[in-house]
Design a protein. Structure first.
Length: 344
């Protein structure tokens, strides 16, 4: 079976071709970058409408296949930005109807988890899902993917982009923040110059640590960082403090979910999963608990069509059917609304 997946939840328009063994045959994407500020949903949707056909054509060319070889079309049904979701769904419907093949709408968050399970050795992990619009700790229990903890305000990727805009960093801000934080961390003195001991990090600016049970909140830390900047704190020091504080919060709630769900695996997914410091901290926590940490390759962590295609295959195999009339997008499509019949 070959599935063409179309991703269009936010700033990325993506198309990927995946087979029934979770082999990613092609995975093409283009990202809308606003001239300034954050993403405007309508402008992003206009970008996607103009680029969806070239992206699909590129994915098919890279796969060395034609559309007549495709057995299934899947698309991001939600959650996400309404205008962007509608653009991707419209393209998917048009292709499915014109080719006379089944259509499947999938939950974007679960797609991140399943592509991780499909391309790594993870079997039954707790997923730390960190992206621009979403931050959730998810695990399988009782026939569904349950949300054990999540952000109470904004996603961690959104936090980093807003923080970066305040510092004059272009979108997406995450990579630049990571680079400056790493440079600042290496500026600390060695523990023992004679013994050649491990490095001691430089001073850590205190920012709010907002863990509320199993949930987390980011807006307060953003405000505090902006105040510190006005007070004269250096940008590298703020980047370092932001990462250390926020990632510690994420690791704490993930560790608690591991214990509560009695799992022995952690899976990292979403665009922020590309951050090497977060990977290091999560891996250290997992090792200390006797668990294993997994993370797909970076191109499968960011929003992409291949993950949408793979979840579409899993759902189709399990007997899921979606008439075109029932393929409306769902901006607030909750992870735990989906009955996970493919794992029954």
């Amino acid at each position: 079976m070959l599935c063409l997946g179309i991703e269009a939840t936010a700033h990325t328009i993506g198309a990927g071709v995946v087979d029934g063994k979770c082999t990613v045959i092609s995975n093409e994407m283009e990202t809308y970058v606003p001239p300034e500020g954050g993403i405007h949903p309508r402008e992003a949707a206009n970008h996607h409408a103009a680029r969806v056909l070239p992206v699909v054509e590129s994915a098919m060319a890279k796969a060395g296949r034609s559309l007549s070889d495709i057995d299934l079309i899947s698309f991001s049904q939600g959650p996400g930005l309404g205008p962007c979701l509608r653009t991707g769904a419209t393209a998917a419907r048009a292709l499915a109807v014109s080719l006379g093949i089944p259509l499947v709408g999938v939950n974007h968050c679960i797609a991140h988890l399943e592509i991780g399970r499909g391309t790594t050795l993870a079997v039954d992990p707790v997923l730390l899902y960190v992206s621009g619009g979403n931050t959730q700790v998810i695990a399988y229990a009782g026939g569904r993917y349950r949300i054990f903890g999540e952000t109470l305000d904004i996603g961690v990727g959104n936090l980093l982009d807003k923080f970066g805009r305040g510092l004059g960093i272009a979108f997406p801000a995450g990579p630049a923040i990571e680079r400056m934080a790493e440079e600042y961390a290496l500026s600390g003195p060695a523990a023992s110059e004679d013994a050649g001991g491990p490095r001691i990090g430089p001073p850590l600016i205190q920012l709010p640590y907002s863990v509320k049970g199993m949930d987390i909140a980011f807006s307060g830390i953003l405000t505090a960082a902006e105040v510190k900047k006005r007070e004269g704190a250096s940008i590298p020091a703020l980047c370092f403090a932001m990462q250390e504080t926020v990632f510690a919060m994420l690791v704490e709630v993930t560790e608690r979910a591991l214990a509560h769900a009695e799992k022995r695996e952690v899976l990292l997914g979403g665009g922020v999963a590309a951050n090497s410091r977060l990977r290091m901290m999560l891996g250290r926590m997992a090792a200390d608990r006797g668990a294993r940490m997994f993370c797909p390759e970076k191109r499968l962590c960011i929003d992409n069509g291949a993950m949408i295609a793979w979840l579409g295959i899993l759902m189709h195999r399990a007997g899921f059917k979606m008439p075109v009339a029932r393929s409306r997008i769902r901006q607030r499509f909750r992870t735990d609304e989906v009955e996970v019949v493919w794992r029954s």
